[in-house]
Every structure is written in C-alpha cells, then in structure tokens.
Design a protein around this ligand. Structure first.
Ligand SMILES: C[S@@+](CC[C@H](N)C(=O)[O-])C[C@H]1O[C@@H](n2cnc3c(N)ncnc32)[C@H](O)[C@@H]1O
Length: 253
C-alpha cells in the first residue's frame, strides 16, 4: 500500500510478467476464468452474433477468440505490448478480431458510440484512473449498449486479505482487512519477484458511484459461484462457496 507508481509503471510490470501470467492459460483462460467467470460472461453477453464488441484489456485474448467464434465483430485493446504480441500469436488470421494498443482510461483510437457491447474481464481493478475508464466505456457505447465488467470482489479481496490457518497449515477462515483503504497495493503475483503486478482497491460504494456518475444503469450484478458440474471437475473450488472472489456488473447506457 502507498503512493501509486503510476500507469506507465503498472504497464511495465504487465509487459515483464505477461508470459508468466498467461502461462497456465488454455482456450478458456485460466482455471478461475473457466470455473467462475466464463459461465457468467457467456450468459450475460448473449445474443452476441454480429455485435460490434470491444474486449477492453484483452490480455492474451482468449475471450476475444471465444466472442469471434460466436460470430461477433471484435476489437481488442490492451496497453501492454507484450500481451498484445501473445494475443496476436495465439489468434488465427481468419478470426474477426482487430487488436489495438491503447490505455483503457483514454481510448482515442475509437470514435464515440463505436460498440454495441464492451466486456472488460478483470481489468478495472488494475487501473489507477478507474473512474475515467468507466466514463470512457460509456462514450464508446452506442445508445442502449451494454458494458460488462468483472473485478476482484472488493468486499472480500482487500489489501492483506487471505486465509487464516492453524498450526498444521489448514485453512480456518478467510480474513479481510483494510476494506476502506483506497489505492494501490501489490498483487501476490509473481511471488518470487520484489516488483509485483499492481492492483488498486476501492470500496463497493466507490465503484457504485463511478458507475452512476458515468451515467450507466445497472442491469445485473453477479457474484459467481461454481456450478455443480464444475465442482465435480474441480472439487477444490468448494472453498469459493465460503466467500466470493469476483463480482460482475452488467451496465446499460
Ligand atoms: C488481469 S489481466 C486480464 C486480461 C484478460 N482480460 C483476461 O481475462 O485474461 C489485466 C490486463 O489489463 C491490461 N491493462 C492494465 N492496465 C491497462 C490499461 N490502462 N489499459 C489497457 N489495458 C490495461 C494488462 O496489460 C492485462 O493484459
């Protein structure tokens, strides 16, 4: 926790750790995306065929590829050049995706009302100027358009939150601390490096205010839980039934 090193430093770290961060990704992203986020996002984006979609903070691009395979016309933007390289290398040329280098806080490369749908998966908590980014998504949406974003759940994932364990190392309960702190803190990734990926914490009410001030209407709010099918495949996710790792907003312009 402390003074923010700023957006450019945050992106330098994304560039440095892009390969490491995405090493465990397959066509469905990582395991948390497969179990918790993708089922919610897939449901919320429908119908997506022929829609003009922006994947804001696309990372290595798995979601853009899923959307393009479902018939969407996809633009994908990220501020990390290394992430974009990985994304482009993983994307077949015949898929309907155009990649852009840009900062989600100010996307001058796109005109007003360019998109029917914007999805930003696990990005807004990585942005120092999150209020600007939410306003920017409003500008980029056609009237009636939808903005869906997922973040770490700010009520449960806070600076210094984590499992309390007994002497044997068994998990007792999930501890929350510093909820009202607003600002930068270090992500745990990568464990072995001193310079971590940066995260920003804000309270739920600050997110709500940013959404309202931008002009959005809240259509849905989801705290993803693993399905019975996913629990059978990955039994360790039973722990996710004790608190919520993520929250997903569906907003309308
Ligand atoms: C946690 S990753 C999520 C990537 C992808 N959406 C996914 O779900 O796999 C966050 C991504 O946001 C990008 N990012 C961080 N700050 C950004 C900014 N200001 N503008 C655009 N992208 C940014 C990072 O480079 C990284 O690719």
């Amino acid at each position: 926790m402390g003074d923010s090193p700023g957006t450019e430093e945050a992106i330098k770290r994304w560039d440095r750790y892009a390969d490491l961060f995405t090493a465990g990704y397959d066509a469905n992203g990582d395991i948390h995306r497969e179990v918790l986020l993708n089922p919610v996002l897939s449901r919320l984006v429908e119908p997506i065929r022929d829609k003009k979609v922006l994947d804001a903070g696309c990372g290595e691009g798995y979601l853009s590829r899923i959307f393009a395979k479902s018939g969407a016309i996809v633009s994908a933007v990220d501020y990390s050049k290394r992430m974009l390289e990985i994304a482009q290398n993983k994307t077949a040329e015949d898929l309907n995706i155009r990649f852009y280098h840009g900062n989600c806080e100010k996307l001058d490369c796109f005109a007003d009302k360019s998109f029917d749908l914007i999805v930003s998966n696990m990005v807004i908590q990585d942005l120092e100027h999150y209020r600007d980014a939410i306003k920017e998504m409003y500008r980029l949406l056609a009237d009636g358009g939808t903005f869906i974003f997922s973040i770490l759940h700010p009520c449960f994932v806070t600076p210094n939150s984590g499992w309390e364990r007994n002497h044997e190392g068994e998990k007792l309960y999930w501890k929350i601390d510093n909820y009202f702190y607003e600002g930068v803190y270090d992500q745990v990734i990568p464990r072995e490096q001193p310079d971590k990926i940066l995260l920003f914490h804000r309270t739920l009410s600050s997110y709500f205010r940013a959404i309202k001030d931008a002009g959005f209407i809240v259509d849905d709010l989801i705290e993803p839980k693993p399905s019975a099918e996913m629990l059978k495949k990955y039994p360790s996710f039973k722990e996710d039934l004790r608190s919520s790792d993520f929250i997903v907003f569906k907003l309308r312009k």
